[in-house]
Unconditional design. Structure first.
Length: 237
């Protein structure tokens, strides 16, 4: 407790004196994908290390890679300790600046997906109205697939965020996606994409890799590996 108190005091001092930088200038945030809709950063903060005080100017979704314990010190607020599990997926509302410190012996790693069109999407009617879905069908948040599951996590900024888990040979069935979507690998992935009337496409993604798929894309996803596969998708309207 004393150790945590001293760390909190140090972070409070850092909040007061640290220069603020944009997220693109924070050295623990590595830009891996950018288009008109998203900026994707792979974040890697070693244990007992601080990030710089950096800004989040856009709403974002974060997908944790591995378990970790951190102190989140938001500018002008008391530091908060957060424990994260592998695959934890969260939404954060902009704008704010903060410092993150890794605690324990595990690094803090995640994929941070900035929603660049957040202002317009906040006023967009989503095809996935969570409240209405729950009202119509209490089981709709969890879809049982052939050898796996799709857990609908939340709908924010008109974007539906889901977690898929597929056993070896498991299949996420064919669906037509009118808008584009982003796939984030929470484990190493060996998957096959089957598109009607087209050749199958095999894809290997490493833990933390992201893949952007275009709108009007219909396909199935099959786990061709010998280990379970886990990934998160962000479906845009």
């Amino acid at each position: 407790m004393k150790h945590y108190f001293l760390i909190s005091l140090a972070l409070l001092a850092l909040q007061a004196t640290a220069p603020e930088v944009e997220i693109t200038a924070e050295p623990h945030h590595h830009l891996t994908l950018e288009n008109k809709s998203v900026r994707v950063f792979n974040v890697d903060v070693p244990a007992h290390t601080d990030t710089l005080m950096h800004w989040h100017r856009h709403d974002y979704v974060s997908v944790n890679l591995g378990s970790a314990e951190i102190i989140n010190a938001v500018k002008d607020k008391p530091p908060v300790t957060v424990k994260l599990q592998d695959g934890d997926t969260r939404f954060s509302l902009a704008a704010f600046a903060h410092v993150v410190r890794g605690l324990g012996d595990q690094p803090f790693r995640n994929v941070t997906i900035e929603i660049l069109e957040d202002e317009s999407l906040r006023h967009t009617t989503s095809p996935w109205d969570t409240k209405q879905a729950v009202k119509e069908n209490e089981d709709r948040a969890l879809e049982i697939l052939h050898g796996g599951t799709q857990q609908i996590m939340f709908v924010k900024d008109a974007i539906r965020v889901s977690e898929f888990e597929l056993q070896p040979g498991g299949v996420a069935p064919i669906h037509h996606q009118p808008g584009p979507y982003l796939l984030v690998a929470v484990t190493d992935l060996d998957i096959r994409s089957d598109v009607p009337r087209q050749a199958s496409v095999a894809t290997h993604l490493k833990l933390g890799d992201s893949k952007w798929l275009p709108a009007n894309y219909s396909h199935t996803i099959t786990n061709t590996a010998t280990k379970p596969a886990k990934f998160v998708t962000l479906e845009f309207p």
